[in-house]
Write a protein that binds this ligand. Structure first.
Ligand code: ZN
Ligand code: ZN
Length: 258
């Protein structure tokens, strides 16, 4: 569950509303006449590096082998007390696997060296450029809820109004992973993606839509189907212009007009 102080930005919607287009699609929608189309090109040779280390919010995680062994002991004690027989060939290494899986699932704290560079758009100064929004998604993600350390998973859609730089789907996917592979809160993932995207490419507006299933609710609930949790982040031009927000939802295939 999300913290109380963030629920004003959260709505619960039924499963199925968020029907999506093809996976990983990119759309450059021209909202103003004369807007140039944007092209995604390879940026592997771009020398520009942006100062954004602060927004990555990395943690120094140096876990020794002795610490891992101790943690595996804790896990074994809990699993045994809760009913798991660790004396079978299938389960004898379960505490070790569990601790490693927990560590791997939270490697967003370790950063991503391939997430450094952005690159120039094709249209620097042309009229209309500032009103072209680029929408990417759905980007699938998995995270661990920081309240229960159980998974929540779903899709992220990212829209932005490019100023001078654009960013490709592979980097946006890395960006999503950087913040979702942690002990996380859905609303905060959206804010963190927006903060880092802003630091990387300085767009004139950012829109983030996240829809997710929270296993901490679904595994323990009585209902077979629980609503997806839906969060949005609006920055810059998106917070000022409802038409842009509608365009964003429509382009995501969400057909919502709020
Ligand atoms: Zn949750
Ligand atoms: Zn939870």
């Amino acid at each position: 569950m999300l913290e109380k102080d963030t629920t004003n930005t959260v709505e619960l919607i039924s499963q199925g509303i968020g029907q999506t287009k093809g996976s990983g699609s990119i759309q450059a929608s021209s909202l103003a006449r004369g807007a140039s189309s944007k092209e995604i090109r390879s940026d592997d040779d771009d020398p520009d590096v942006f100062s954004y280390n602060r927004e990555m919010k990395l943690k120094d995680r140096n876990i020794s082998e002795q610490q891992f062994a101790k943690f595996e002991g804790y896990a074994a004690e809990i699993f045994t007390a809760f009913g798991l027989d660790l004396n079978t060939s299938g389960t004898e290494d379960t505490p070790k696997r569990f601790i490693r899986a927990l560590f791997d699932s939270t490697d967003g704290y370790d950063g991503d060296p391939k997430l450094v560079k952005a690159f120039d758009t094709e249209c620097h100064d042309e009229a209309g450029c500032a009103l072209s929004q680029i929408i990417q998604g759905p980007i699938p993600f998995h995270a661990l809820c920081e309240h229960h350390v159980l998974p929540f998973y779903g899709r992220v859609y990212i829209g932005y109004i490019a100023d001078k730089n654009i960013i490709g789907i592979s980097k946006l996917t890395r960006l999503v992973r950087l913040f979702s592979r942690r002990f996380a809160v859905q609303e905060r993932i959206g804010q963190e993606i927006a903060d880092l995207l802003d630091a990387m490419i300085h767009p004139d507006g950012i829109a983030i839509y996240i829809e997710a299933h929270h296993l901490c609710m679904e595994m323990r609930g009585v209902r077979e189907i629980t609503p997806m949790t839906r969060t949005t982040v609006w920055r810059g031009k998106y917070s000022e212009d409802p038409t842009l927000r509608s365009e964003f939802f429509a382009s995501c295939g969400l057909q919502r007009h709020d």
